[in-house]
Design a protein around this ligand. Structure first.
Ligand SMILES: NC(=O)c1ccc[n+]([C@@H]2O[C@H](COP(=O)([O-])OP(=O)(O)OC[C@H]3O[C@@H](n4cnc5c(N)ncnc54)[C@H](OP(=O)(O)O)[C@@H]3O)[C@@H](O)[C@H]2O)c1
Length: 431
């Protein structure tokens, strides 16, 4: 089977290396040889640390699509739109199989691309787009396909998990942990997509469509990232027997589909609390199989290439089906659930001026918003991200109640002259 690789960056380079290193084994498993016939990227003369001379270089993506000797196009360019999307549409439109690592493109255009693939009766595969090397798409699409899945959640961004575990281990501030992640190559110079939860939202929307048989809808996913966390949040979570993790969670019930990425307190004895560094993990709860837990590398050249080449092998074996496990017309449109109506305990942290009456003001705001407080902790410093001694950190845990009540309480407190900065609030997951 003849493949063309579009984009020879981190992931594309990994795919070249893997196909070369495991060539014979892959041929035996796939039932035929997998041959790279063409490669393409922006700059032909760039040193990529790999020998591309055996392969035909194409400057023009259209030439890849038009080539008679290309069976599978592997898109590893990136970006929701632009060249990646143009290539994907043209490749599928020409009846070629498409493999992609591009979560942004699948999250935004997955339904259209899946429909095009169906019309052309050609595969669209995207294992590498969700949780990198973890074969979670295949596991849910195939291994767990007999189950009704009510809930899928997990750690979908390795950069954020690295930052959070740095804060946990070293007591580092968010800024210092981010700088460490950048120094280690885990975070981009512009970390927005990762730390603001956008990347995790892309992956969550794909998982939700696959797990619930719903139409992919990235617009319905809400995302809060980890920028607002301070060292004190990590310490208080630990004191409460929890760890802070950026969790993408999708849940479907009679009221609709809930899809949210946000930092949460995870019980210290839940497997997600043990996921260290830049790893990813996904939990899916099936009505017959029970809880499934997947953990592994969510990024990096090797793990991502592993997922891409597995997709290529499936295509070589002629083992593929509809991209979202059922035809696009069979997917239904679930209404978005009211996130504010979700009931649970919450952690709320405020930095306040150390003045008489401030605690009463917080208690009054909580009472007026209908929030019942279970515990209240005051520490004498501003939480480790500065040393203003006229400020204190207040951390409180609520009784079970709707998230909307917390939002109301924080809206009242936002008007207070004594509250400094933006308060942090996180659901305390009961998993
Ligand atoms: N990196 C990971 O660990 C990882 C994990 C999972 C999924 N992904 C996804 O995999 C995809 C690729 O990521 P990456 O990290 O490999 O990115 P990357 O290192 O930046 O590589 C991108 C490649 O695409 C080429 N390219 C960019 N714009 C192009 C254009 N307009 N026309 C033709 N070629 C173009 C670049 O060419 P030049 O080299 O000539 O500049 C480069 O070879 C993305 O969708 C990403 O989300 C990445």
């Amino acid at each position: 089977m003849r493949v063309a690789l579009a984009g020879i960056g981190v992931v594309g380079g990994g795919v070249v290396r893997l196909l070369e290193a495991n060539r014979d084994l892959i041929a035996r498993r796939a039932g035929r040889a997998i041959e790279i016939v063409a490669v393409s990227a922006r700059d032909r003369h760039k040193d990529r640390g790999i020998d591309l001379s055996p392969y035909r270089w194409e400057d023009d993506m259209d030439a890849i699509v038009a080539a008679d000797d290309v069976d599978v196009v592997v898109e590893m360019i990136g970006g929701a739109d632009g060249s990646a999307l143009t290539l994907a549409r043209r490749a599928l439109g020409a009846g070629k199989a498409l493999v992609t690592a591009n979560k942004a493109m699948i999250a935004h255009h997955g339904l259209d691309l899946a429909r095009l693939a169906e019309e052309q009766d050609t595969p669209l595969k995207y294992e590498a787009a969700v949780a990198g090397g973890i074969p979670v798409i295949k596991a849910i699409r195939e291994g767990a396909s007999a189950n009704e899945i009510a809930r899928v959640y997990g750690i979908l961004n390795g950069t954020c998990n690295y930052i959070l575990t740095q804060m946990e281990r070293n007591g580092a501030s968010f800024a210092d942990a981010l700088a460490a992640a950048q120094a280690e190559g885990y975070a981009e110079a512009d970390p927005t997509f990762d730390v603001d939860g956008i990347d995790a939202a892309h992956k969550l929307s794909i998982l939700a469509a696959l797990c619930f048989g719903t139409r992919l809808d990235i617009g319905a996913v809400t995302a809060n990232g980890i920028r607002g966390l301070i060292a004190a949040d990590i310490r208080e979570a630990e004191a409460l027997g929890h760890r802070v993790r950026l969790i993408g969670m999708a849940e479907r019930d009679g009221r609709g589909l809930y899809q949210h990425v946000q930092p949460c307190l995870v019980p210290a004895d839940h497997p997600l609390a043990y996921v260290p560094g830049a790893l990813n993990a996904v939990v899916a709860e099936g009505n017959f199989v029970g809880r499934l837990f997947f953990e592994g590398a969510g990024a990096g050249a090797g793990p991502t290439a592993s997922a891409i080449v597995a997709d290529i092998i499936d295509i070589a074996r002629d083992e593929y089906g509809p991209a979202f496990a059922m035809p696009v017309d069979a997917l239904d449109a679930a209404p978005a659930a009211d996130a504010g109506a979700r009931v649970g305990k919450h952690y709320v942290r405020l930095i306040v001026e150390d003045r008489i009456g401030v605690l009463a003001e917080i208690a009054t705001a909580m009472r007026d918003a209908g929030v019942s407080i279970e515990s209240f902790i005051q520490r004498g410093t501003d939480g480790g991200d500065g040393d203003a001694d006229d400020r204190v950190v207040i951390a409180l845990v609520t009784h079970d109640g709707p998230a909307s009540a917390i939002h109301s309480a924080l809206a009242i407190l936002a008007a207070s002259d004594h509250v400094v900065g933006t308060p942090m609030h996180m659901p305390i997951l009961a998993l």
